[in-house]
Design a protein around this ligand. Structure first.
Ligand code: BES
Ligand code: ZN
Ligand code: ZN
Length: 478
């Protein structure tokens, strides 16, 4: 990760000034008067930024154009910071000092844009050292931000990177067992308590959904339980986060067509990566909240003993499911985890999953699909924070009629609905296993990106970690 440090130096070799056209009076203090006209015309031409080279120095001005919609302004600033980061890397610059000269402060967004866009996943490149971005350190002025706030940004972005790394890891490395090792290592660093259940314990508990999906696999499943319980927790009943941890989804016997859809199915643990990233950010920032994470994990394969379409599976909660498509495996593992969550008498349960192609199509990767039974106040808060972090949500309803679509002839429910509203019938399936305030996040379209989307980059995005961190930090459970 790019280093983030304090420095009180007034004038570095490379300076990044966050500027607004209304507030350019500081230019004279910094002896930058000569840039004033250039800056004004850059603002008029609606440029994102202006770079001025001279006297062995590079001064970059990020131009903030306030919009009536503060969320839009923030996103424009993150994007401008991304363009600047790309330019600094092109120029092989290693260090930059940032000065916030705006009235309301956009330092957070600039640091987000810079740090998030400077992420690289080079683990498997032989020439990683040569490919590494030049930019390695960002200095900020102690006058612009407190040490606590700087640390918070750093830990949150580390959480995003943890999620991205996990999504980017292929199955050749990240099996269910290895995933648990990664979670154990990071939990130790962050002061999180972790317990991992293996095949025997999962079998003894009777987690039929997880076992059914794992039957075609060559490696055993895992059920990861993480807990952050600080002494000053403000909630008596915990918040439980549940994540789909399918480390690879071939579809099982209902095999996916290989040409495109399977190529990125290493990302099918993306929901649990959000959960893992959020847990690390919450713990490292010591949020006064009792939070538990449940991550059921396995790959989904058509091995010898794989579950077959037509099978009836007895789930952990005792109900029966007719499997009509082995590719609808995410809901099978989540159902058992959602039932497990009941033992905590939770104040709120939120599950995260790359669950349906329907959600990905409905949102084109521009939002996470939200559903659930939790109260409107919580949903409103989520949507608002979604706009502010630009990790947005579109809500779909859980009307009874959608529940009719998963009725089975021979079991309590079946694991697919009809051709339409696939993200909602999946939501209805999950709802069956809940009896507490619950929210479901289908991140199928956002967890992984096939092309570069500004600071989110390409491949694993970590989309949702910033949203849920801020949601938890501000949560009102009353
Ligand atoms: N992992 C997929 C969903 C998915 C699709 C994630 C695209 C990311 C991008 C999931 O397990 C799945 O295959 N869902 C099926 C369900 C269907 C068989 C009811 C789907 O959406 O097609
Ligand atoms: Zn599937
Ligand atoms: Zn899947």
């Amino acid at each position: 990760m790019t280093q983030l440090r304090f420095s009180s130096e007034i004038n570095a070799h490379c300076n990044l000034y966050i500027t607004e056209v209304e507030h350019l009076s500081w230019l004279s203090n910094q002896k930058l008067n000569d840039s004033s006209d250039l800056l004004k015309s850059a603002f008029e031409n609606k440029l994102q930024y202006l770079s001025v080279q001279g006297g062995g120095k590079l001064n970059v001005f990020l131009l903030v154009k306030p919009n009536a919609d503060s969320a839009k302004t923030k996103e424009a600033v993150r994007k401008a910071a991304t363009s600047i980061t790309e330019e600094l890397n092109r120029l092989k610059i290693a260090e930059v000092k940032v000065f916030d000269k705006t009235k309301t402060s956009f330092l957070t967004e600039v640091l987000e844009g810079t740090l998030l866009s400077n992420y690289q996943f080079l683990k498997y490149h032989s020439k990683a050292a040569e490919m590494k971005n030049s930019l390695n350190t960002i200095f900020v002025d102690p006058q612009d931000i407190s040490a606590e706030r700087l640390d918070e940004i750093k830990c949150l972005i580390e959480g995003v990177f943890f999620a991205r790394n996990l999504v980017n890891e292929p199955l050749s490395y990240l099996t269910a067992a290895k995933y648990s090792d990664e979670l154990i290592e990071k939990s130790k660093e962050s002061g999180i308590k972790i317990k991992v259940l293996g095949r025997k314990q999962i079998t003894d508990l009777g987690m039929g959904g997880i076992l059914a999906v794992n039957r075609g696999s060559f490696t055993p499943p895992r059920f990861n339980i993480l807990e952050w319980k600080p002494k000053n927790a403000s909630n008596a009943n915990p918040i439980v986060l549940v994540g789909k941890g399918i480390v690879y989804d071939t579809g099982g016997l209902s095999l996916k067509p290989t040409a495109n859809s399977m190529d990125f199915m290493k990302a099918d643990m993306g929901g649990s990566a959000i959960v893992a990233g959020v847990m690390m950010a919450v713990a490292k920032n010591k949020l006064p909240l009792h939070v538990i994470a449940l991550i059921p994990s396995t790959d989904n394969r058509p091995g010898n003993n794989a579950y077959v379409p037509g099978d009836v599976i007895k789930m952990y909660n005792g109900s029966t499911v007719e499997v009509l498509n082995t590719d609808a495996e995410g809901r099978m593992v989540l159902a058992d985890a959602l039932h497990y969550a009941k033992r905590y008498n939770p104040a709120l349960v939120m599950d995260f999953a790359t669950l349906t192609g329907a959600a990905a199509r409905a949102t084109a990767g521009q939002a996470i699909s939200l559903m659930g039974t939790a109260n409107q106040k919580l949903k409103n808060s989520l949507k608002k924070i979604g706009l502010q972090t630009h990790e947005r949500l579109i809500e779909f309803p859980l009307w009874d009629e959608f529940g009719e679509m998963i009725k089975s002839d021979i079991a309590d429910i079946k694991n697919i609905g009809g051709p339409g509203a696939g993200m909602i019938t999946a939501g209805k399936f999950l709802e069956h296993f809940t009896d507490y305030p619950w929210l479901h996040f289908d991140a199928a379209g956002t967890a992984f990106s096939h092309h570069k989307r500004s600071y989110r980059g390409k491949n694993g995005t970590g989309y949702g970690v910033r949203l849920i961190y801020h949601f938890l930090k501000n949560i009102d459970l009353s």
